[in-house]
Design a protein around this ligand. Structure first.
Ligand SMILES: Cc1cc2nc3c(=O)[nH]c(=O)nc-3n(C[C@H](O)[C@H](O)[C@H](O)COP(=O)(O)OP(=O)(O)OC[C@H]3O[C@@H](n4cnc5c(N)ncnc54)[C@H](O)[C@@H]3O)c2cc1C
Ligand code: FES
Length: 337
């Protein structure tokens, strides 16, 4: 096992012998840039400051002799032979990421409750989609207009995309997903899209407010912080109608395992057996915090939930530029009606 240090950010990560630097970085939650992952495009170029690397299949075509002499390496193809110190600009902005249209195969459809399905898509071959945790994709099928769904897994294995799809009453595409879409079907995805992504270089404590399947991108962001080993406080609020709508036990498990994560489920239409919080999810946040001045807030789900959170949190001290949101209908800006 070797250690790689990126001198630009101070991030360290371990890589196994035989693993490429890019794979090692990704499995440790570090967003190095890349494109083809095959030594052709040069998008992953980095500079080696210290240590020794090798290319198993010979020097890749994207590097010229001058670049090699200048210490340039291609992390997508090279392996470490010693501990390494490199210089490379990590991705933290969507401006750095290419939007692609890619074919994908439905690998698994799992019904998590009566109206939420987890869909696992695999991007075949050497293609992959680089994204930031929290972003979404458009799902493309020839019989429908493209439909937006948030990516529910952290970007550590970008050949796999997890989606949490809620069945919409009377919804054409979501009915197709629930009733006709089969495992092994082929679809296309276009993405990544959206400005809702974790600002990972901030150290402010985080409040995440999810409504229904708005938990999907929250899951991706929390998984990403765990991969990074971040100790930022995260307060997860998940608002749903009834207990069955809490379609995953993961946030309770995180809260048990990690001191810096808390989880508060909030039911708007509970039955008598529910002993937890009730009402609207944004109201639970307002009740729990004296001021929101120092917090970063990520809100995702139905438009009315996002709008209520935006308007009321500002009155409780939240700075508008610390509020990030994805509204599952239209992009809502703080201050709009
Ligand atoms: C950026 C973004 C990310 C999204 N991420 C997710 C996600 O991760 N998971 C997820 O389940 N959904 C997500 N959505 C919502 C999802 O795109 C819609 O639910 C889906 O497109 C509905 O398609 P449909 O063909 O079934 O419904 P349509 O046939 O298009 O609509 C049928 C009826 O339902 C209404 N409707 C449509 N969408 C909704 C909705 N979300 N809530 C209530 N009523 C609605 C329509 O106004 C219409 O009256 C996201 C939306 C956006 C904009
Ligand atoms: S990602 Fe294309 S050369 Fe490395």
């Amino acid at each position: 096992m070797f250690t790689v240090e990126n001198q630009v950010t101070g991030h360290h990560f371990k890589i196994e012998p035989g693993e490429t630097i890019l794979d090692g970085a990704m499995s440790n939650g570090i967003g190095l840039p890349y494109g083809c992952r095959n030594g052709f495009c040069g998008k992953c170029k980095a500079t080696l400051i210290e240590g020794e690397i090798c290319y198993e299949a010979g020097t890749p075509p994207a590097l010229s002799a001058e670049e090699i002499a200048d210490g340039m390496i291609l992390p997508c193809k090279c392996q470490a032979m010693t501990d390494l110190s490199i210089v490379v600009t990590e991705l933290e902005s969507i401006a750095d990421i290419e939007v692609k249209t890619l074919p994908c195969k439905v690998a698994k459809i799992e019904h998590l409750n009566a109206d939420v399905a987890k869909i696992i898509l695999i991007i075949p071959g050497s293609e992959s989609m680089q994204y930031l945790s929290g972003q979404y994709i458009d799902l493309i099928h020839p019989d429908f207009e493209p439909r937006a769904f948030s990516i529910a897994n952290a970007p550590h294995n970008t050949g796999v995309i997890e989606l949490h799809v809620r069945l919409i009453s009377g919804g054409r595409f979501t009915h197709f997903v629930f009733n006709e879409l089969q495992e092994k079907s082929l679809l296309k995805i276009e993405g990544p899209k959206g400005h809702f992504y974790l600002r990972e270089h901030s150290d402010k404590p985080i409040i995440m407010v999810a409504g229904g399947t708005g938990f999907g991108p929250v899951k991706a962001m929390v998984e990403h912080t765990l991969e990074l080993g971040s100790q930022r406080d995260i307060h997860i609020y998940w608002g749903v109608r009834s207990k069955q709508d809490l379609y995953m036990s993961l946030p309770s498990e995180w809260a048990k395992e990690f001191e810096h994560i808390s989880f508060i489920p909030v039911l708007s239409m509970p039955d008598n057996s529910w002993k937890g919080r009730t009402g609207y999810v944004h109201e639970a946040v307002l009740a729990d915090f004296e001021t929101l001045t120092n917090y970063e807030v990520y809100a995702c789900g139905p438009p009315q939930m996002v709008r209520s959170a935006a308007n009321t949190f500002v009155k409780k001290g939240m700075f508008e530029n610390n509020f990030y949101n994805d509204s599952f209908d239209f992009a809502y800006q703080v201050g709009e009606a």
